[in-house]
Design a protein around this ligand. Sequence first.
Ligand SMILES: Nc1nc2c(c(=O)[nH]1)N[C@H]1C(S)=C(S)[C@@H](COP(=O)(O)O)O[C@H]1N2
Ligand SMILES: [Mo]
Length: 453
Amino acid sequence: MASQQQQAQERALVEEALQIGPQSDRRRFFVSAAAFGAAAAAPGVAQAQTPAPAPAAAPAAPPRRALLKDDSRLLNIGATVRSGNYWDFNTFITPIEEFYVRNHYPTPLVEAKPVLDPKQWRMKIHGNGLERSIDIGYGDLVKMPSRTVIATMECHGNGRSLFWEQQDQMQVAGGNWVLGAIGQAEWQIVPLSHIFGLVGLKKDAKSALFWSGVDGADMGRPMPVADIVSRADDIGLCFRMNGNPLTPDHGAPVRLVVPGWGGTASIKWLTEMRVDTHQHWCRLNTRGEVYIGPDYAAPAVGATDEFIGGITAADVKGPMVTWMPIKTIITVPLVLEKSPSVPANYPLKRGEWPRMSAGRQLVRGYAWAPQHGIREVEYRVDRGPWQRAHIQGPNLGRYTWVRFDFHWDARPGDHVIETRGIDMAGNVQPETVPFNQLGMANGAVPKFRIRVA
Ligand SMILES: Nc1nc2c(c(=O)[nH]1)N[C@H]1C(S)=C(S)[C@@H](COP(=O)(O)O)O[C@H]1N2
Ligand SMILES: [Mo]
């Protein structure tokens, strides 16, 4: 567990992040969290600057919508997904309004799914890998010992555009997130170490299946028990994000948070955890959210394995994505030339370059290496020598990102800025990554093209 001093430092950062300017002050967070029912009835109401009274009555017929989030703060990628506007990022903690949403289905609303009401929510924790089963309510969960973890959450699909734009791998299929399917929050969790203490983990427990089934019948994902046990204080059942109850888009009332692994592991609208002595296979660890390509071997299937939701052994196509790689971005929108789609409200048209004025410019960015933490960030201009960027504090190590900056004497003309991160284990962000069909986890050095006038 983190030292008291580090926890105090982290707490101060969250307080600061929640009070940055009138657009996202702390009161507003509480307003939006409390008034999501009203937001569903009348988008924009929750954006009011003054605290709204608690909604008097739930809207009679909730409108059909994919998400509750306000599009003006996010990039519309498609029906159920929104990207963070990474070219506008400037905070260490991402405000909830600016935090990307990745949903396989529309955000389930409590009106249609009463199980999401904290008063009704139950979670079943059972399986033959446990000494005993328990069934807990929201009130039970929030009374359990909890802690906060500051961690990035990043979708596997973040950076998929780099396969198209930089590696000419047009066979890659999936949503065009560009580079904004990432955010950093303070997650309040009941660690799985505590849960294991309640249910007793058997020595031969092999797989833990985290299940929702609320938004879609196939929504859940297993994790090897060994991967949980190695950091069971850091992975947990999350009920608060940046100090507020989870919002519906982010999995209210309870989600899993697996710091450092791709977002898919962090199942939202959680209702069940099943720990067994055999392997589980479902969509999200067989033919979805896995690496499929000539450089990757499909995992072996065993005789006692369990297949869930119509999946068969033939669906096991590749290893599942776990840790996210080292990545760096500068707050400049990427030129989209070859990508099959350009999001409707992207700040650049297809083929358009971002512009900057000539002179001494401060270039800012973010770097993360969730498994080991960032040690250094480097940049180069027009393939010149790699130079060291300045890392802005704090650097809280693994799970978290850092902000960095460097001065650039921008001369008129077209330029390419590249950035790379080096992690605490000495790994360097690579220039290309092996092809994979679903465009998972592209951590290649990004090339930012800029026109200086
Ligand atoms: N039940 C459920 N959990 C889910 C998903 C989903 O569609 N349904 N999407 C996953 C994926 S792919 C990601 S990247 C993260 C996104 O979390 P966020 O929307 O809070 O940013 O949630 C994960 N948990
Ligand atoms: Mo994702």
